[in-house]
Write a new protein. Structure first.
Length: 300
């Protein structure tokens, strides 16, 4: 593929919002917001996906895209205006997000979830488990998943979902996965420590912890876990080394995430909303941009 115009395989950094290309696509994706003011890690994921697909030459009518764990996020609608086919897949009406981002009404009336007009004939919405996708091998030019794979279950479930994304991608196709990654992980948040606390307290503390699973932070990855659980099982090639650094400015509004879901930003202001501290560790969004080895498809 052509040389990439920026680093995509990285952690979210507040400085990324200084890039005029990032603000350009965010004004298009979220016209109701001012990107210079609303610097947030989740919308950063939208920008990284849009810019990566633009760089890869995938914003074209011949492109077929699969979104895994799509919920009702706006990128599926945005892409329907720019590619030939988008399939949004999720366990709609089931699971933890059934009454939020993955309502069953997405299956019957996706237009009611759309944040702006879109080419309705280009978007298909299906109920599908990301660990067992109902598609033939090499069915899509692009596969992406934003802030979803961390919710798929145990490490083996995450690896299975990554393998499925690789399986349904055509040779030469591209994938982008955004998920949560530690910027700084306190050793006391490691899985064996949490599991030991659980055993010592006879299960009264850190009940979700297991020998390979952290408790409160069980859905956040280290850089090594991203490689082991997503990149390697997918069979795809990471297009750049993972950059796990963040600028000093990114720390200025470190936001404490409490166990009840409430937040406490250091400055008292909601934005920038980039780094979160849970328990003793700090995390943010990370993006992995990948390519499937092999010749680019020449399908008609």
């Amino acid at each position: 593929m052509a040389r990439l115009s920026r680093q995509y395989v990285k952690l979210c950094d507040v400085r990324d919002f200084d890039d005029p290309e990032v603000t350009r696509v965010l004004r298009d994706i979220l016209p109701e917001r001012e990107p210079d003011l609303h610097r947030e890690r989740k919308v950063w994921e939208f920008a990284m996906l849009a810019l990566f697909l633009e760089d890869a030459g995938r914003l074209a009518d011949e492109t077929e895209v699969l979104a895994v764990g799509a919920g009702d996020e706006r990128m599926a609608f945005w892409l329907a205006n720019r590619v030939g086919r988008v399939v949004a897949s999720d366990v709609y009406g089931e699971g933890l997000f059934a009454d939020r981002e993955a309502e069953a009404s997405m299956l019957t009336d996706p237009a009611s979830h759309a944040p702006f007009p879109y080419r309705e004939e280009r978007l298909e919405v299906i109920r599908a488990d990301g660990r067992r996708l109902p598609f033939e091998d090499a069915s899509f030019d692009v596969v992406y998943s934003l802030s979803s794979i961390e919710h798929f279950g145990l490490p083996e479930d995450i690896a299975a979902a990554a393998a499925e994304m690789g399986r349904v991608l055509r040779p030469g196709g591209h994938a982008l996965v955004a998920t949560d990654c530690f910027v700084r992980r306190d050793p006391l948040n490691a899985a064996p420590v949490d599991f030991a606390v659980r055993l010592a307290s006879l299960g009264r503390r850190r009940r979700r912890a297991g020998p390979r699973r952290r408790a409160m932070l069980g859905e956040i990855f280290t850089g090594r876990e991203l490689e082991r659980l997503i990149v390697r099982p997918s069979g795809l090639r990471l297009l750049q080394p993972l950059d796990v650094t963040v600028s000093p400015e990114t720390w200025d509004n470190l936001t404490v995430l409490h166990t009840d879901g409430s937040t406490d930003p250091a400055t008292g202001e909601k934005y920038p909303h980039i780094l979160l501290r849970a328990d003793r560790s700090v995390f943010t969004s990370a993006v992995l941009a990948l390519e499937k080895p092999g010749a680019v498809s020449t399908r008609v």
